[in-house]
Design a protein around this ligand. Structure first.
Ligand code: DQA
Length: 149
């Protein structure tokens, strides 16, 4: 299986570090990318790291990953709670998918308690701050090694 992992980030995560730091912390998305690259390097994974505010762009990256990658780590941000289209794109993938949320969505407003993406995710990490991304990379490496979904 491919050792390339797509790390995809949804809307407003470009503002990480500046946006609601009491909830999301002070680390920027560039810091998160560096953390992911470090974790991936240790596990002999390659990373494609992307962020978009546009649903169609995230779907296009999922389609690309479907052809090239061995797994996806995704923080769909607000699209988590709204996007059947992202769920459909992920359902077209045969490899492991890990869903990440920086905040503990279950301690927040009730509209954040439902996730379309969880219907296809092998696992969900929420409330671990930006550390959740490196934990997700470690988990996806294990799933790829074991050829599991
Ligand atoms: C988030 C949680 C979502 O509810 C929210 O819309 C986000 C970020 C998180 O990482 O905690 O934008 O996915």
């Amino acid at each position: 299986m491919s050792r390339l992992v797509y790390v995809l980030n949804g809307p407003n995560l470009n503002l990480l570090g500046k946006r609601q730091p009491a909830i999301y912390g002070y680390e920027t998305l560039a810091d998160v990318e560096a953390d992911c690259r470090r974790a991936a390097g240790e596990l002999k994974l390659e990373i494609e790291f992307h962020q978009s505010n546009a649903e169609h762009q995230i779907i296009d990256w999922i389609h690309e990953a479907r052809e090239r990658a061995g797994g996806i780590v995704i923080n769909p941000a607000a699209f988590t709670h709204t996007s059947v289209a992202i769920l459909d794109a992920l359902n077209a993938c045969e490899f492991p998918i890990i869903e990440v949320h920086i905040s503990n969505v279950h301690r927040r407003e009730s509209f954040r308690h439902h996730s379309y993406v969880s219907l296809v995710a092998s696992g969900v990490i929420a409330g671990f701050g930006t550390q959740g991304y490196t934990l997700a990379i470690q988990r996806i490496a294990r799933l790829i090694d074991e050829d599991q979904r």
